[in-house]
Design a protein around this ligand. Structure first.
Ligand SMILES: NC(=O)c1ccc[n+]([C@@H]2O[C@H](COP(=O)([O-])OP(=O)(O)OC[C@H]3O[C@@H](n4cnc5c(N)ncnc54)[C@H](O)[C@@H]3O)[C@@H](O)[C@H]2O)c1
Length: 368
């Protein structure tokens, strides 16, 4: 298979972990006879410095022509005091909008030898395996521009959703549940918000089309509580933009580190942008210590959702599990009697596993 992949390293550790994804994809290409070509473009702070905008047209054009896009992370203190149109995050919101990436998928699974690293009790998080499907291009973040009134003493933010926007994300949630364990939790605030009432009506209408999926409605406040008291009850959660933003960060604690969590953002045509959940981590940028796993697992999601290369995606996920099982870890995760490694070594271990296809042989003979 031949595919064109655009790399958007962005800022901070984004520039480091993007190389990890590339190395691992090259290992997959070698092993499974694919041709992946890579093209790098600027976004975020790096683009502001070079072109005076967080999202240059050349970047948008390249992404539109690519088969898939991998993004590192954007942002950093250097640009924190910029006016809002010159903030790195504008690049991220802009590329999501330009590619019409309306569905954000975040799988959250506890890796078994890292459960102790979660701030939640091991017995609570053990067995957690859920997927949050978040609407990404509507709601409060994209309403008519927020404004301050009364000399700045009152503010207005608008939350707008159309039926069509809700229907397509709800469909994604049902379809994801069909491919998993057949359970969908729709999260809203239908006891207060009009947008949530329409959301709930649409979920109710749609459920007849997916008779193999069991549906429940949960209010967002209750969902926030259940996520940390009993995360194993969830299979697929579908929700709107703001609720999804908050719940997916909350759920991220299950894995013990932000450095482990991948994400996929998809449009109607299956073109996707894949990125770690974490930010640019300015506190550790440039030190070679960032955990590359979230970025590498994002590349696995790209193989699965954009290229339908499910076996190859599984191989990457198995390789990550095998390297963690062997005790290797970056500094963001504490593994008793494990071996601390940096970004480059962690990446090489995962790529080597893929090439060897034999974890015990490679890891035991090469590293202990
Ligand atoms: N999608 C994105 O590009 C994105 C997402 C969130 C934040 N940001 C931006 O990133 C900058 C920093 O934000 P923040 O500090 O709130 O969040 P962050 O995710 O960058 O960092 C939070 C903490 O987690 C650690 N961390 C994150 N990823 C890690 C990894 N892969 N390996 C090891 N440790 C890791 C960091 O060192 C830090 O202590 C800000 O400018 C913010 O706007 C960007």
């Amino acid at each position: 298979m031949k595919k064109r992949i655009v790399l958007l390293p962005g800022d901070g550790i984004g520039k480091e972990v993007i190389n990890s994804a590339k190395d691992v994809l090259n290992a997959i290409a070698e092993e499974y006879n694919h041709t992946f070509s890579f093209e790098s473009h600027e976004i975020g702070g790096a683009a502001i410095d070079l072109y005076g905008t967080p999202l240059p047209e050349t970047t948008v054009d390249a992404c539109k022509q690519a088969d898939a896009v991998l993004l590192g992370a954007v942002g950093g203190p250097k640009w924190d005091s910029n006016p809002s149109h010159l903030r790195p995050e504008r690049g991220l919101l802009g590329i999501r909008k330009a590619l019409d990436l309306y569905a954000n998928l975040r799988p959250i699974k506890g890796f078994k030898n890292l459960l102790h690293a979660s701030p939640l009790k091991e017995e609570v998080v053990s067995g957690s395996d859920l997927l949050i499907v978040r609407e990404l291009t509507g709601g409060l973040y994209f309403g008519t521009p927020s404004e301050r009134r009364d000399n700045g003493n009152s503010v207005v933010d608008t939350l707008v959703y159309s039926r069509q926007e809700i229907e397509r994300i709800v469909d994604k949630g049902f379809q994801a549940a069909q491919q998993r364990r057949g359970h969908l939790t729709s999260v809203d605030k239908a006891n207060v918000l009009e947008s949530s009432k329409l959301w709930r009506e649409i979920v109710e209408e749609k459920k007849a089309q997916y008779p193999d999926v069991a549906v429940e409605h949960v209010l967002v406040d209750a969902a926030a509580m259940k996520l940390i008291t009993n995360p194993t009850q969830f299979d697929v959660i579908v929700t709107e933009n703001l609720f999804g933003d908050i719940l997916s960060d909350e759920a991220s604690v299950i894995t013990g580190s932000l450095g482990m969590l991948p994400s996929a953002s998809l449009n109607e045509n299956g073109v996707g942008l894949y990125e770690p959940v974490h930010g640019s981590a300015p506190d550790i940028a440039g030190k070679g210590v960032a955990n590359p796993v979230a970025m590498i697992l994002s590349a696995a999601l790209m193989l699965r959702y954009s290229f339908q290369l499910n076996d190859e995606a599984n191989v990457i996920e198995d390789a990550v599990q095998a390297v963690l099982d062997a005790g290797f870890h970056t500094g963001d995760i504490q593994v008793p009697e494990g071996r601390l490694v940096g970004t480059a070594e962690m990446t090489k271990l995962i790529a080597d596993y893929i090439k060897s296809q034999n974890a015990s042989k490679c890891i035991a003979s090469c590293y202990f």
